[in-house]
Design a binder for this molecule. Structure first.
Ligand code: ZN
Length: 426
């Protein structure tokens, strides 16, 4: 889903360094670190699509550009860096409030269990979502999308999963749809009805699974509210029958066998901190993307991170995403995740960028439209106040993104967008 409004053609010129992966296939092994680089580059976007990528000189000589110069919105990037907009393929933006008290308690040494027993943890997010109106939730979701966009993300997956009853999960998906309609980027909704078993079904898990399969999934389908379902085997069968794509949280804290699940043609398996060797081989042979979420390891203060090197070297298609959520990863920033990917996952800056763009798009089954800067793909890109792509993971905690283009829309919109580009050299 994305906002559909008319937009003037956009021509970006004098891009100091344009860096992009190529193609629509998942990047594996050595291919993950291979990026195309163009200096003094230009990108022409018409009708929400990229029409050409090349040098500024070539764009200035282009007969179509010469003929339509007056209608074009021309943006002088003044030597800045341009990348494909990030594809954040794993986020949980539907929550009512941050968990600040839990944060303080955990710093002081409280365990997950102690926090949960005091009424914190996911229970507080469930209560918050159940009590909130759809309008309140959609404002929160939109704010999350805007924070992500400010860091260079142009496509984001968005999961429900803090409502955990039929009404609240549908309300959460409606909030995602409403926020998506007010936002020029691309939003991919996922039903995560079994994030955890809600407290009222603690002694009756089967009944809750039945509710998901027989009520949540059919309602989400009939109302066109989700593209994917993120769940367990029983639930995948129900989702499969209704043509939902499937994705999975797996092996975050405890190992699980992926063997029986890969038959569902999963778009993505996410976390994989403790994935086992035989499953790495299965993943390498499958089209399933392994999405790594190092911000949650960082925020929880863990010393163990997902085994990115092992996965990449085995030929698994690896993506990275924020896991934006109020409990374990309150960050909307893909540049921060790139930094973690380099420092803790031992990925090279080029590999991290491939994982955050084209492989993220593969994880959402959108690689024919997203994830690289090539003619024919959607006009999704991000401009950074940097000269070299390696600066993105290098400068820690610095907001380098100065503007973006999402489906042909300049972001921030209007004059503010132009000013954001021009003021930065002051
Ligand atoms: Zn998650």
């Amino acid at each position: 889903m994305s906002a559909a409004r008319p937009q003037p053609p956009v021509l970006l010129v004098h891009i100091g360094q344009l860096v992009t992966p190529q193609g629509s296939e998942p990047l594996r092994g050595a291919a993950l670190g291979k990026l195309e680089k163009v200096e003094d580059a230009a990108v022409l976007c018409v009708g929400g699509r990229i029409v050409s990528v090349g040098s500024t000189d070539a764009a200035n000589r282009d007969p179509w550009v010469r003929q339509h110069r007056k209608e074009l919105r021309e943006i002088d990037c003044e030597g800045k860096l341009v990348l494909p907009g990030f594809v954040d393929s794993h986020t949980h933006p539907v929550f009512a409030a941050p968990r600040l008290t839990d944060f303080e308690k955990r710093i002081a040494g409280a365990s997950y269990k102690e926090i949960a027993e005091a009424g914190g943890g996911i229970r507080s997010s469930i209560a918050g979502v159940r009590e909130a109106s759809r309008a309140e939730l959609s404002r929160q979701v939109l704010r999350g999308f805007e924070l992500m966009a400010a860091q260079g993300t142009t496509t984001m997956e968005a999961k429900s999963g803090y409502g955990l009853d039929v009404e609240s999960e549908i309300k959460s998906l409606e909030a995602i749809r409403e926020a998506g309609r007010q936002f020029p980027g691309t939003v991919v909704p996922t039903l995560l009805g079994a994030h955890v078993v809600p407290p009222e079904f603690a002694d009756n898990r089967e009944e809750y699974v039945r509710l998901i399969c027989e009520e949540m999934i059919p309602q989400a389908d009939e109302r066109g509210l989700a593209w994917f379902v993120d769940e367990t085997e029983l639930i995948f069968t129900a989702a499969w029958q209704r043509n939902f794509g499937a994705r999975l949280h797996a092996c975050q804290f405890t190992p699980a066998s992926l063997h029986s699940l890969l038959k569902f043609n999963l778009a993505s398996v996410d976390h994989l901190d403790c994935v086992r060797d035989p499953d790495i081989e299965l993943l390498a042979q499958s089209s399933t993307v392994a999405t790594l979420l190092p911000a949650s390891n960082h925020f929880l203060g863990l010393s163990v991170f997902p085994p990115a090197r092992k996965l990449i070297d085995a030929g698994v298609a690896v993506a990275v995403a924020t896991d934006y959520n109020p409990g374990t990863a309150p960050t909307p920033s893909m540049p921060f995740v790139l930094s973690l990917a380099c420092t803790h996952l031992k990925m090279s800056p080029a590999e991290a960028i491939g994982a955050a763009t084209l492989n993220g798009a593969c994880a959402l089954r959108l690689a024919d439209r997203k994830g690289s800067l090539e003619a024919g793909k959607d006009a999704d890109l991000a401009v950074f106040n940097a000269e070299d792509y390696r600066e993105l993971p290098y400068w820690l905690g610095v907001d380098l993104c100065s503007m973006g283009v999402m489906n042909g829309y300049v972001w921030p919109a209007g004059e503010a967008g132009k000013r954001a580009v021009q003021d930065e050299d002051d």
